[in-house]
Design a binder for this molecule. Structure first.
Ligand SMILES: Cc1cc2nc3c(=O)[nH]c(=O)nc-3n(C[C@H](O)[C@H](O)[C@H](O)COP(=O)(O)OP(=O)(O)OC[C@H]3O[C@@H](n4cnc5c(N)ncnc54)[C@H](O)[C@@H]3O)c2cc1C
Ligand SMILES: *[C@@H]1O[C@H](CO)[C@@H](O)[C@H](O)[C@H]1NC(C)=O
Ligand SMILES: *[C@@H]1O[C@H](CO)[C@@H](O)[C@H](O)[C@H]1NC(C)=O
Ligand SMILES: *[C@@H]1O[C@H](CO)[C@@H](O)[C@H](O)[C@H]1NC(C)=O
Ligand SMILES: *[C@@H]1O[C@H](CO)[C@@H](O)[C@H](O)[C@H]1NC(C)=O
Ligand SMILES: *[C@@H]1O[C@H](CO)[C@@H](O)[C@H](O)[C@H]1NC(C)=O
Ligand SMILES: *[C@@H]1O[C@H](CO)[C@@H](O)[C@H](O)[C@H]1NC(C)=O
Ligand SMILES: *[C@@H]1O[C@H](CO)[C@@H](O)[C@H](O)[C@H]1NC(C)=O
Ligand SMILES: *[C@@H]1O[C@H](CO)[C@@H](O)[C@H](O)[C@H]1NC(C)=O
Ligand SMILES: *[C@@H]1O[C@H](CO)[C@@H](O)[C@H](O)[C@H]1NC(C)=O
Ligand SMILES: *[C@@H]1O[C@H](CO)[C@@H](O)[C@H](O)[C@H]1NC(C)=O
Length: 574
């Protein structure tokens, strides 16, 4: 309560920074705290405290209402790399879905036009504002830095946010009115392969790779490949730790499980200040909670260890055709009708519009060809193409196909998603109902289908905290919408509301199922049930045990205090 009262004593959005007269960006008070306390904190984090800057700032001549000199070289680099995930991941003030840099409720922010970043309408004579970016952050290098920040938060009431690579779809790594812990450089170079990794205090051994929290997918895949093994991870170069804590689907998940299924040990600094090694033998309750409950509700993770598979030969199906509303209706129907068989045969992949990329680690090339022929024939009849390509490894597949097909970054994008029960695909009535719902959704949004549920994976009951609905689903289904750099509040409210309305149709088709915590509707109704189902009650008890003073908080995370918490003043109301 002390914390909450402290926050409530803030009068509004614009008391964040009180500028000293001498220098426009040297505040005497930040987040309501005197500068000398910040100086002390800075010393205890070895000088790694920084004031934040939107990464688009070099293009602007006004910053928080004060004149600044634009930096034309810096601006050109931002413009040239505006939709480059590697470039974005290197800036604290950049997010992959760029609306999370802005305060969507007030419109304050610093965006460029993602469809043409050189469009001067976005930045000429416009004020660049810090928006939803944490106004100050620690570039975390050590466990001690995290402990110092927890102590600072307890003492001052300043609230915290945790950001790694900034992929979040729901703003959980943004931080209006918070001090940010940026973990992207923490153990960023650290990767280690062990043929016989034994989790601390345990007897079982695993073939495993340990990664520092700053390691991103493309580094992990290259490292695994060097050791002639396969790591299961996301379909994007720069995804970070949030993946392994919130679920983690891969197109290999149908056979090898979710990211959370593969984690065998996690090192984490809990809000009580302790640095813990957690696994099935030590703090096993917390280990379970971190395998699906998300990171920034339970602690800050510094490294994690995952099981790996042998090097895999993969059959990749690459199918595409020029799509229009009428052939898409038949195409999605074909997808619905064949997906259960494909699932049983070990395929995983993505379907979006007239494009399918799937992989299969179980079939040989001729069996893969026969299995996919019906889809290849469809594409060819529409003037498209289809082939089965045999790849010697996951990394070879990733480099050849994923880096050019991964989801785009830079636009202001939002999702509505649902885990679709396997049972829907098993009956004529289920198939017809699902195909009809997709046909109705098509004029609004081309569904993005992830065939990445742990369909064939031999799950051991009770080992992870993601919603059990993952285990009985075949598709992770999504519709998406976007708004623009110059959107109005009304546009933003309307886009979120439309996504929510369209995905509701799929919720109604799948009563009792759920959704993926990392890729959910920002305004997911009954989110506790959707993301965790029957696991929520225990997750909340574990949250209370390890974070008794409620130092860590994020939107719709375990222990969420609701949209009325002043932390979420930048979320629009729909
Ligand atoms: C382009 C794109 C492609 C994607 N592809 C996939 C995919 O193929 N499969 C899939 O499952 N998901 C995918 N995702 C979703 C992705 O898994 C989530 O966005 C995930 O949360 C990203 O983690 P991050 O650390 O990169 O992001 P961040 O936004 O930095 O963090 C996400 C969440 O994790 C917390 N967190 C991050 N690091 C730590 C840490 N060290 N300790 C404690 N908490 C931490 C943050 O506080 C926040 O709550 C994709 C997202 C994007 C934008
Ligand atoms: C923190 O200390 C470092 C090293 O002294 C300094 O460079 C940096 O500017 C300080 N941070 C802030 C926000 O003053
Ligand atoms: C940014 O874009 C420029 C121009 O295309 C390029 O030379 C540079 O390498 C890019 N920088 C990064 C960090 O990606
Ligand atoms: C691998 O794990 C074993 C058992 O935990 C340990 O003894 C060994 O030092 C580890 N090897 C490496 C290279 O880390
Ligand atoms: C490990 O093995 C020893 C000896 O077999 C046994 O006593 C102990 O209970 C085991 N520990 C765990 C955590 O399984
Ligand atoms: C790599 O792993 C595969 C599958 O386990 C094995 O057949 C192959 O011999 C290994 N290659 C090398 C160079 O070790
Ligand atoms: C899909 O299956 C349904 C139900 O069996 C059937 O009515 C429909 O014709 C099939 N469509 C395609 C394209 O296979
Ligand atoms: C491919 O797999 C099928 C089905 O298992 C089998 O019948 C066939 O002989 C295999 N083909 C080759 C070339 O191995
Ligand atoms: C859709 O595309 C197909 C294949 O290119 C074409 O035959 C068909 O006429 C198109 N339909 C519409 C409505 O444009
Ligand atoms: C879908 O799965 C959920 C649990 O995962 C279950 O409660 C529900 O009954 C299933 N719905 C249908 C229509 O099969
Ligand atoms: C937003 O910017 C685009 C491109 O400059 C322009 O066409 C559009 O009219 C603008 N919309 C609003 C609402 O200002």
């Amino acid at each position: 309560m002390v914390l909450l009262n402290h926050i409530l004593s803030f009068s509004g959005l614009f008391v964040l920074l009180t500028h000293a007269n001498s220098s426009p960006h040297a505040p005497s008070r930040l987040l309501g705290v005197d500068w000398d306390l910040w100086t002390t904190l800075n010393a205890s984090v070895d000088g790694h405290l920084h004031l934040s800057r939107p990464f688009e700032l070099p293009c602007f001549s006004l910053f928080e209402g004060q004149a600044v000199s634009p930096d034309s070289l810096g601006c050109a680099a931002v413009q040239a790399n505006y939709t480059d995930p590697v470039f974005r991941s290197e800036h604290f003030g950049a997010y992959m879905q760029s609306q999370w840099e802005t305060c969507q409720a007030t419109g304050s922010g610093c965006l460029l036009d993602d469809s043409d970043p050189t469009n001067p309408a976005a930045y000429q004579d416009k004020d660049c504002q810090t928006g939803n970016i944490a106004p100050a952050y620690i570039d975390v290098q050590t466990v001690e830095h995290i402990q110092a920040v927890y102590a600072f938060s307890l003492k001052t009431g300043v609230r915290l946010s945790v950001k790694n690579k900034g992929h979040d779809y729901k703003g959980r790594s943004s931080g209006w009115n918070t001090l940010g812990l940026w973990v992207s450089h923490l153990n960023a170079g650290f990767m280690s392969f062990n043929e016989t990794f034994v989790p601390e205090s345990c007897n079982t051994s695993y073939r495993a790779i340990t990664i520092g929290t700053g390691v991103e997918m493309q580094q992990l895949y290259a490292f695994a490949d060097q050791h002639n093994v396969t790591a299961v991870g996301g379909y994007h170069r720069t995804i970070g730790t949030g993946y392994f804590l919130g679920g983690g689907h891969s197109i290999l998940s149908p056979v090898y499980g979710l990211g959370v299924d593969r984690v065998v040990e996690i090192k984490v600094v809990t809000p009580d200040g302790r640095f813990r090694t957690v696994n099935e033998c030590e703090d096993s309750d917390l280990f379970w909670a971190l395998r699906g409950g998300g990171g920034s509700a339970f602690g800050v993770v510094t490294e994690l260890t995952m099981r790996v598979e042998p090097q895999l030969t993969l059959q990749a199906a690459i199918i595409e055709f020029p799509a229009n509303l009428s052939n898409l209706v038949s195409w999605y129907e074909l997808m619905v009708n064949n997906s259960l068989r494909w699932g049983q045969e070990g395929w995983g992949g993505h379907i979006v519009g007239g494009s399918l990329i799937h992989v299969n680690p179980l079939l040989n090339q001729s069996a893969a060809q026969a299995s996919m022929q019906v889809a290849i024939d469809f594409a060819v009849a529409q003037g498209g193409s289809g082939l089965i390509d045999e790849l010697p490894s996951w990394n070879a597949f990733f480099l050849k196909y994923v880096t050019s097909a991964e989801a785009p970054v830079g636009p202001e994008l939002m999702l509505g998603t649902r885990l679709l029960n396997t049972s829907l695909f098993a009956t004529d009535s289920g198939k017809i109902a699902l195909s009809a719902a997709i046909a109705n959704a098509l004029p609004f949004s081309t569904p993005y289908i992830v065939v990445g549920t742990p369909f064939l994976f031999p799950y051991v009951e009770g080992t992870t905290s993601v919603t059990p609905a993952w285990r009985t689903s075949l598709w992770h289904f999504s519709v998406k919408e976007r708004f623009y750099f110059n959107s109005t509040l009304q546009d933003r409210q309307s886009e979120y509301a439309q996504v929510d309305q369209h995905i509701q149709v799929f919720r109604n088709l799948t009563p009792g199922s759920g959704a993926y915590f990392n890729e959910g509707d920002v305004y997911e109704p009954d989110h506790e049930q959707s993301y965790w189902g029957s696991n929520y009650k225990r997750l909340l008890e574990i949250k209370e045990k390890y974070d008794p003073y409620r130092i860590l908080d994020c939107w719709q995370c375990v222990g969420w205090r609701g949209a009325g918490d002043p932390l979420y003043a930048c979320y629009v109301q729909i």
